[in-house]
Structures are given as structure tokens and as C-alpha cells.
Ligand binder design. Structure first.
Ligand SMILES: *Cc1c(COP(=O)(O)O)cnc(C)c1O
Length: 517
């Protein structure tokens, strides 16, 4: 039999029994180590001249096991892998809480300007005045939009910003000689909130939510006392609802000498419309990679600046960028007195994620103050459009309007045999990245849909039509969901197995020894 007829009779199984494993121009990609041809290289280098061994026998004795590949093999390998990666540039990405919105190309152009892109972090201060001015401008925008007096730019992501803000609270309490150990966190909080507080030695207490998805202010008040260091609250919260009683909560925690930490991951729903400083917030991180675009996901760089109230500002981490009479100056080490004397140490090398700062400022300046207010309006409008168009077939978790994300529970799947996970997997076959599922934890079988402000009405209509069709199908054809996804290069994975018994292939020897086990 020819290779071709072998491939045809094998039914194009992507398991290596056919010549390529490819189907319909979908490339089955082996690990680079599995494509290894010992001795093959992309370039021919001349044999190096023999030199005297001056490494005292430390020179490499054998090959280190890198795969031998030609240049076209490497190019194809990484191009194929990149095509397997679903991205916001490929389609709608309704992942609630993550704010996966379009990243304007202008931001990328700005970040690649040689004056920013080629900067060396150790360049002398006099050579980087423009970059320091950019940090100063970004800080100005963040302080203005939040009405807060200070901002620490260096934290590398939201969770790191939480760490920064909570360390500032801890430092402020220590400076007052107070040893408060309790931190109150609503049950609906993102897992990073309690994790951060616990990581730096606080005792975390969960406070239940009310039936309408908001925090229970009375329950918080009942738990307040002289040993409470802070309340951590998310606004808009993870149910996509604005916490209307946040000021009362701020007053209550301030009255007992504690602080209000706000998780600002959902700032895109209120940017330009509400200033957290007006609500009594003491510290809040802003995920630049959510609210102010900048690409994220897949572990790409984040950036989580923290705005601080006057009470916490002295503890902001180093470095500090200050404007002197000869231009910008960076305070790198703790001075004996004056500005920065009470600063926390460093949280991050240099100033943080410079590329993200450029992108975020570019986003802010290209939108302007009015454009940023419209960002919030459109984000809320789009989410409410999805909610309104789906609520007769899917069950909204709470009554009324939402902010920037529409939250459904799994009551509409009751008695169908279809679970939230099945529903999400079926969306993949229908051409969509699933929404966030099973978060927030307080909602049964939660499906959290965040369309973001950058989707058009056409894109939303197509997505809504898919959600509605699947909700109808769930009532009559549970099998369709049990098998999903059917059209992906890999079928449904055993997620528990993948977490508990990961098969981390490295070199062919490792593969063989794992296969033998
Ligand atoms: C994304 C998110 C975080 C954590 O932010 P990272 O940048 O991923 O570290 C915290 N809280 C909420 C509500 C979030 O959505």
C-alpha cells in the first residue's frame, strides 16, 4: 500500500498511524524533541579551532540533548503552535473577570518605539528622562482617574498589587504600634484576596453575601473590632454588581481604625465615572492588563499598580520617581529621612513592566477622559445586552441590571443531564472560547460572561445566537454536550489526571521511561 492509501484507510487518525497526522490543514505537531535528527542544524558553523582547556576539566563532555532541527522545521514548529493558540485576535473571548479586550495596535507601535523598546534598565538617569516622564504621566492619569494621592507602579500583576497594598496596610499598623491580625473578605472574592492576606500573616475571615449578590454590610459590621486590620472588597464585585454600600463599609472600618482594600480588577466597568478615592478606599490595585488593554493571557506580562490614600502613601515601595529642579530623579534606596524614608523595600526589579506602562498610557491618551468614560459605559451596555437577550433561556444568577459582566447559574440546565462544564465545552465546538465557569464560587454552576466594550453588536448577536441555540439543545440532546468538544485537536481532557499525574515529556528517553511505568 502507498503511504497515501495507508493514510486514507487509517481514517486520518491524529495518532501517528498516518503519514503526517494532519487533517484539513490542521497540523498535528510533535514536540521538537520528537522531531530530533541528531546532527541536523539550521546553520553550518566551521569546526572551532582546538584551544587549550582552561576550564580545569569543566568543559562539556557530551551533547546536552537539544534536538537537531533545520531552520524550516523550527519556523514551522512555532508557527503551528501559535496557530493552536486561541486569542483575542482570533475571536471573541468572553472570559469573565479577565477582561479580554481588543488591544489597539497603536499601543504596540508606541511600545516598540526604539526610545522605549531599546531602553536598558541600567541606563543612567540623565539618558532616560523621557521614560521617567512617561512613568510620571501614567502615575498622574492613574491618580486622577481614582482620585488617590499616590501610586506604586512596580507590582507585576493584580495579585502582586494586592500584596503591595496589604503590606502597606501592615506597615502603617506597625508604625502605630498596633498588632491587628484579622482581615475580612467577602465569600465572593477572587481567590487571590484571601491568599494574599494569609500569605503575610493575617487571619482571613469570610463574610457571606446577601441573596442579591452584594456584600452584607451588617454582617461585616458585626465582625468589626479593634483586632481587624482591613476589609478587602471588590467593586464592582465578582458577581458583576456594584457595591452600593461601599462608603458605609469604609466609614465603619475607619471608625475602628482599620483600612479598606479594594480589588480594582473590574475598574473597566466604572473608569471615568466613579473615583474610588471618593468612596473611602485606602488601597486599590489596577490591572493595567485588564482595564487599560495591553495583551495578557497565556502568562503574558501583567502590571498591577496600586493607588494609595494619604495614610498609606509613605509606605509605597521603592523605587520612587520624583521631579527635582534638574529633571526626574529616582530614589533607589531608603533615605534616612524625607520622602521614601518609610518605604517598603522593593517588590520588583527596576520600575516594573515598562512595556505595559507605555501601552496603558497610550490607551489612556488615545481615548482621553471622555473616551475612557465611554469605555465603562460600553462595557456595561454590552454585558447588559447579553444578559437581556439570554435571560429567557438561561438563568441570570441575580435580578436586575449587571455591570460589565453577565452572570448565569445552572438552573436552566436542571434535569437536562448537562452541566456547566459540558455547556462550556460545547461552546468550543461552536467556535467560541468558553466563558469563566464555576466562579464566583457562591453561585451554583456559575457562568460568568464578560463581552467587554470592544465587541461590536454583530459579534455579540452571533455569540448570543450560539448561547441560545445551545441552551435549547441542552433540553433535547444531552449527548451532544457529553462528547464535547468533538472538533478540537484534543478531546475532553482528564483535568484531574493532568493536575495530579502530569506527564512532562522532555527527551525521548524520558518518554520511554514514563511509558514503561
Ligand atoms: C484578575 C483578578 C485578580 C488577579 O489579578 P492578576 O493580574 O491575574 O494577578 C484579582 N481579583 C480579581 C477580581 C480579578 O479578576
Amino acid at each position: 500500500m502507498s503511504d497515501w492509501s495507508k493514510a486514507v484507510s487509517a481514517g486520518f487518525k491524529p495518532d501517528g498511524t498516518v503519514t503526517t497526522g494532519n487533517r484539513g490543514l490542521q497540523m498535528e505537531e510533535a514536540l521538537s524533541f520528537e522531531q530530533d535528527a541528531p546532527g541536523r542544524t539550521g546553520v553550518d558553523l566551521p569546526e572551532p579551532p582546538k584551544v587549550k582547556d582552561r576550564l580545569g576539566g569543566l568543559a562539556r563532555k557530551g551533547a546536552i540533548g537539544l534536538p537537531g532541527l533545520s531552520e524550516p522545521q523550527v519556523v514551522r514548529h512555532f508557527t503551528r503552535l501559535s496557530q493552536k493558540n486561541y486569542a483575542i485576535d482570533a475571536g471573541l473571548y468572553p472570559l469573565g473577570s479577565c477582561t479580554m479586550k481588543h488591544n489597539p495596535r497603536l499601543n504596540e507601535k508606541m511600545a516598540r518605539l526604539p526610545g522605549f523598546g531599546d531602553l536598558h534598565p541600567l541606563a543612567p538617569e540623565s539618558a532616560v528622562q523621557g521614560a521617567l516622564e512617561l512613568l510620571d504621566q501614567l502615575a498622574h492619569w492613574l491618580k486622577t482617574l481614582t482620585n488617590m494621592p499616590a501610586v506604586a507602579l512596580s507590582p507585576a500583576a493584580g495579585a502582586h498589587g494586592e500584596l503591595c497594598g496589604m503590606l502597606c496596610i501592615k506597615a502603617a499598623l506597625e508604625a502605630k504600634g498596633e498588632n491587628r491580625h484579622r482581615v475580612l473578605v467577602p465569600e465572593s472574592a477572587h481567590g487571590t484576596n484571601p491568599a494574599t492576606a494569609a500569605a503575610i500573616g493575617f487571619t482571613v475571615e469570610a463574610v457571606p453575601a446577601k441573596a442579591n449578590g452584594k456584600v452584607d454590610v451588617e454582617a461585616f459590621k458585626a465582625k468589626l473590632g479593634p483586632d481587624v486590620a482591613a476589609i478587602m472588597i471588590t467593586n464592582p464585585n465578582t458577581c458583576g454588581i456594584f457595591e452600593t454600600e461601599i462608603s458605609a463599609l469604609a466609614d465603619a472600618v475607619h471608625a475602628i481604625g482599620g483600612y479598606l482594600y479594594c480589588d480594582g480588577a473590574n475598574f473597566n466597568a466604572i473608569v471615568g465615572r466613579v473615583r474610588p478615592g471618593d468612596l473611602g478606599v485606602d488601597a486599590m490595585h489596577i490591572n493595567l492588563h485588564k482595564t487599560f488593554s495591553t495583551p495578557h493571557g497565556g502568562g503574558g506580562p501583567g502590571s498591577g499598580p496600586v493607588v494609595l490614600s494619604a495614610a498609606l502613601a509613605p509606605y509605597a515601595p521603592l523605587p520612587l520617581t520624583v521631579h527635582g529642579k534638574d529633571g526626574f530623579k529616582v530614589i533607589e534606596t531608603t533615605p534616612a529621612s524625607g520622602e521614601g524614608a518609610k518605604a517598603l523595600g522593593r517588590l520588583k526589579v527596576f520600575h516594573g513592566q515598562m512595556g505595559m506602562f507605555v501601552r496603558a498610557l497610550s490607551y489612556m491618551m488615545s481615548h482621553g477622559a471622555d473616551g475612557l468614560a465611554q469605555v465603562a459605559e460600553d462595557a456595561v451596555l454590552n454585558a447588559n445586552y447579553v444578559l437581556a437577550r439570554c435571560k429567557d433561556l438561561m438563568t441570570p444568577a441575580f435580578d436586575g441590571y449587571c455591570m460589565h459582566e453577565a452572570l448565569f447559574d445552572d438552573r436552566f440546565l436542571k434535569d437536562t443531564g448537562v452541566t456547566t462544564l459540558d455547556f462550556a465545552k460545547a461552546l468550543i465546538d461552536a467556535g467560541y472560547h468558553p466563558m469563566t465557569v464555576y466562579f464566583p464560587l457562591i453561585v451554583h454552576g456559575a457562568m460568568l460572561v464578560e463581552p467587554t466594550e470592544t465587541e461590536s453588536k454583530d459579534a455579540l448577536d452571533a455569540f448570543i445566537a450560539t448561547l441560545r441555540a445551545l441552551a435549547e439543545k441542552a433540553k433535547v440532546d444531552a449527548q451532544h454536550f457529553a462528547d464535547a468538544p468533538k472538533l478540537t485537536p484534543r478531546r475532553r481532557l482528564d483535568e484531574t489526571g493532568a493536575a495530579r499525574k502530569p506527564v512532562l515529556r522532555w527527551r525521548p528517553e524520558t518518554v520511554q521511561s514514563q511509558a514503561a511505568e
